[in-house]
Design a protein around this ligand. Structure first.
Ligand code: F6P
Length: 326
């Protein structure tokens, strides 16, 4: 493998709080180790459109506390085509980029994996998504901040739910994963979490309403993971309204609120550690791995494992939620 001199960084897919901390960490760690750094705008779009600038340490000053991504992000259809990736490779060569660090979620790492194997090109991935749905890492960058945002919002909804004695269905993001809904429910003291991983949960809703809401509670909060499997908060609320017309049901969809905001300390530290680890990985000759954290230790997870395997929900957490919501 030819020596790596220049590293390109990009953020891709849905933005996540802490992406800036990751960009800063990769840039500074790379410069510290003698590499040149190039910032690529709008994810893979910037590779195809040749939207690339030199990054110095000052390009990443004063960004650790900012949500979003200074490099912008995109979901690039063209990169899913052979011609698109070929064009991206030509632009990479033109700029003398020898390796890439890709910060993003499942779709972004799928693109990275394909590109890396087609062009025999070294890529290191950083898990950047609020969904926490990448296998091989306990946490993804942005997840903790989104979880805290959910908790903050639900606390406020609980005030009005209690005053009006209402049943609230609050929909949270997560694509096809229930991590935000389940841990958001525990953190905010919600009565239940409806998540795609546990299909029977939908039926348990009736039980919850009859046993809990009717007898001991005058208000209830149920967190629902967005997903066709759960039916979303609207779908569930419709069902409950039909079956229990006496209940005063309301729906709140938290939406993109969950993607913004200044990252928590945990996300900043995770992003900083992972960014530095991405540069270490390149120095060690690693390629085509995602940086993960496993019990606080940095690990290298082959792209194939991170993308293809479904990250399991911890059933113990479901049990905890059930026991605490009586
Ligand atoms: O993957 C991150 C995520 O926020 C998901 O939770 C959500 O389903 C999706 O992105 C929303 O994407 P968009 O910003 O394109 O609407």
């Amino acid at each position: 493998m030819a020596a790596i001199k220049t590293i390109g960084i990009l953020t891709s897919g849905g933005d996540a709080p802490g992406m800036n901390a990751a960009i800063r960490s990769v840039t500074r760690s790379a410069i510290f180790s003698g590499f040149k750094v190039k910032g690529i705008y709008r994810g893979y779009r910037g590779l195809i459109d040749d939207d690339i600038v030199d990054f110095k340490t000052q390009n990443v000053s004063n960004i650790i506390q900012q949500g979003g991504t200074i490099l912008k992000t995109a979901r690039c259809k063209e990169f899913t085509t052979e011609e698109g990736r070929q064009r991206a490779f030509e632009v990479i060569k033109k700029h003398g980029i020898d390796a890439l660090v890709v910060i993003g979620g499942d779709g972004s790492l799928t693109g990275a994996r394909q590109f890396a194997s087609e062009f025999d090109f070294p890529i290191i991935g950083l898990p950047g998504t609020i969904d926490n749905d990448l296998y091989g890492t306990d946490h993804t960058i942005g997840y903790d901040t989104a979880l805290n945002t959910i908790m903050w919002c639900v606390d406020r909804i609980r005030d009005t739910a209690t005053s009006h004695e209402r049943l609230f269905f609050i929909e949270v993001m997560g694509r096809n994963a229930g991590f935000l809904a389940l841990n958001g429910a525990i953190a905010s003291g919600a009565e239940a979490a409806i998540i795609p991983e546990i299909s029977t949960e939908v039926d348990q809703l009736a039980e919850l309403i009859q046993n809990g809401f009717r007898k001991s509670k005058n208000s209830s909060i149920v967190l629902v993971a967005e997903s066709p499997v759960t039916g979303g908060a609207m779908g569930l609320a419709e069902r409950v309204r039909k079956e229990y017309p006496d209940y005063d049901v309301r729906v709140t969809i938290l939406g993109h609120l969950q993607r913004g905001g200044s990252p928590t300390a945990q996300d900043r530290i995770l992003a900083s550690r992972m960014g530095a680890a991405a540069v270490d990985a390149l120095l060690e000759g690693q390629r085509n791995v995602m940086i993960g954290d496993d019990d606080e230790q940095i690990v290298y997870v082959p792209f194939s494992k991170a993308i293809k395997n479904e990250k399991p929900i911890d059933r113990e957490l479901l049990n905890t939620l059930r026991r605490l919501s009586i």
